[in-house]
Write a protein that binds this ligand. Structure first.
Ligand SMILES: Nc1ncnc2c1ncn2[C@@H]1O[C@H](COP(=O)(O)OP(=O)(O)OP(=O)(O)O)[C@@H](O)[C@H]1O
Ligand SMILES: [Mg+2]
Length: 500
């Protein structure tokens, strides 16, 4: 069974994290609110400043009317004052920066007091034209006079003597106050936004920490090999992160419930596996005694010296050989059951060189039709393992190389030390293992079709498909591993074991 995959790799631009999204949303909303508040404040301030300017303008217009209308002081002194812009600007108590335009029916006179020097200057024709458009304006309006003069608030009146005149006051003061306020608001907002961004980033990180812990628990559990062996799921999301009143708490709680559930299921599976293993182990154990009796009695009868018909002799021989085969099968099953139970093998230094020499000479004796080669290093190599089981591993591999290949096949057994591992390879130049069998080769009762037909009753070897399962179970229990590579003409089993 394959292990659950790690997080799948995704292509394209990385999406925004929740943290980044939350922080940017807060910052964006705050910026929006700041802009609205700033804009409204500046507009209100400017409006009220313009209103005040309009009041000043109205009184300046009143005074101007008196000057050119022949009222008041001038009149009393008996002067005649020509209705000109200059007269208005030189009139009493006029505010600085005042602008005036007078149309006495035939000529237009204009002028304004320079804010800095106080001198009176005339307007350019283009500016006069701009003002003349508003000569009928009885309520204050804003006119842009362009150039250095800028915006003015102007209002037109008619004097008592019927002279049309227009006065204006500069908006520059109002505008600069409004600009200043806008700058201050922008600066304060920016500082506030930066502060809020930093705080939000910190708070969101803090708030998402429980989620991080839940993720860590899930990842730890996900990395456990749950598909085999005895595993208990003790890992849980910490109590503090399982408060159902919070969103993250609900996730944590759900994960813990799921883990409880999976743990229970695992326990049930393990219990049933244990039972099956126990049954196989007990059954094989119980079968040994009757099998030994069958074998003993048939052998005894065969050798009793009494005259038996040839048929009976043959049957007795078959009973004996089959009981021997069955004993081997039962022993294999018992060994597998015990390895499954995780019963410790004896771990001691084993001289692999000796072991190989013995195993190959046994194989040579059993398979005279094959060519046996042994490739040993100069120095003896010792591995950590159980001598009897390791002998069985080699015997199984050599038996396969003998049984599943035709006569004349060359089998080469080699030993080498690589890093801290001892490597044993069993290679033959036989027909190879069918590809579809290779994936399940080390599973119990997995065998090739040709092996299946080799029924011992028909004089075959009585292949059961347990040999390689035992090889793998033993090697894994000894903290080693076994791999196979096979193609027609070259089949190689490679066993690696920890060096002594
Ligand atoms: N060297 C080899 N060359 C060709 N086929 C092989 C070789 N070794 C194993 N096989 C194939 O792999 C199958 C499984 O081998 P395994 O040793 O597990 O079982 P078996 O030899 O059939 O039975 P058992 O070993 O239990 O008597 C064999 O049936 C055979 O088809
Ligand atoms: Mg075999």
């Amino acid at each position: 069974m394959s292990h659950p995959a790690a997080a799948p790799k995704r292509s394209g631009r990385a999406p925004w994290t929740l943290r980044r999204r939350l922080v940017l949303t807060v910052v964006g909303l705050l910026a929006l609110v700041s802009i609205v508040i700033g804009a409204v404040s500046v507009a209100i301030l400017r409006g009220s400043l313009v209103d005040r300017l309009d009041v000043q303008l109205a009184s300046a217009a009143g005074r101007s009317g008196s000057v050119i209308g022949g009222d008041g002081d001038n009149d009393n002194r008996g002067f005649f004052i020509a209705p000109t812009a200059d007269a208005i600007l030189r009139g009493p108590a006029q505010p600085p920066g005042l602008l005036a335009l007078v149309f006495d029916g035939s000529t237009i006179t204009t002028g304004y007091t320079d804010n800095e020097s106080g001198a009176i200057r005339t307007l350019e024709p283009r500016q006069v034209q701009l003002l003349a458009d508003h000569i009928k304006q009885s309520t204050p309006v804003t006119v842009d006079l362009e150039g250095s003069l800028g915006q003015y608030r102007v209002v037109a009146e008619t004097s008592r003597t019927g002279t049309l005149y227009l006065v204006g006051l500069p908006l520059s003061g109002v505008n600069s106050t409004a600009t200043q306020l806008a700058a201050i608001i922008a600066f304060v907002s920016l500082a506030g936004i930066l502060l809020v961004a930093a705080l939000a980033a910190w708070i969101v990180r803090f708030a998402l920490r429980p989620l991080q812990r839940v993720t860590e628990t899930a990842s730890r559990v996900a990395s456990l090999p749950l598909d085999r062996g005895e595993v208990s799921l003790v890992d849980r999301v910490p109590e503090a992160d399982t408060d159902a009143r919070t969103e993250v708490g609900r996730v944590g709680l759900a994960l813990n419930r799921m883990l409880d559930h999976v743990d229970l299921a695992l326990e049930t599976r393990q219990a049933s596996e244990r039972k099956v293993r126990q049954f196989v182990s007990d059954a094989s154990h119980e079968l040994r005694t009757p099998l030994a009796s069958i074998r003993g009695y048939s052998e005894l009868t065969r050798r009793s010296g009494q005259e038996l018909p040839p048929d009976a002799m043959h049957a007795l021989g078959r009973i004996e050989s089959e009981s021997i085969r069955m004993t081997g099968l039962v022993e294999d099953l018992l060994l597998l059951a015990r390895l499954d139970e995780g019963r410790e093998l004896e771990l001691e230094p084993v001289d692999l060189t000796r072991l190989l020499v013995d195993a190959v000479s046994d194989a040579h004796a059993a398979g005279r039709d094959h060519v046996w080669n042994l490739d040993l290093p100069e120095d003896p190599i010792q591995a950590i393992g159980d001598p009897a089981r390791l002998h069985q591993v080699l015997a199984n591999l050599l038996a396969n190389a003998r049984v599943h290949t035709p006569a004349g096949t060359t089998v080469t057994v080699a030993l080498a030390a690589e890093n801290d591992r001892a490597i044993v390879t069993v290679r033959d130049d036989g027909p190879g293992i069918p590809e579809e069998l290779q994936t399940t080769l080390f599973e119990r009762f997995a065998r090739g079709d040709t092996s299946r037909s080799r029924d011992s009753s028909r004089g075959g070897t009585g292949s059961t498909g347990l040999g390689l399962a035992i090889v793998q179970a033993v090697v894994v229990a000894l903290h080693g591993d076994v791999t196979v590579s096979s193609e027609p003409g070259r089949t190689e089993f490679r066993v690696s074991l920890p060096l002594a």
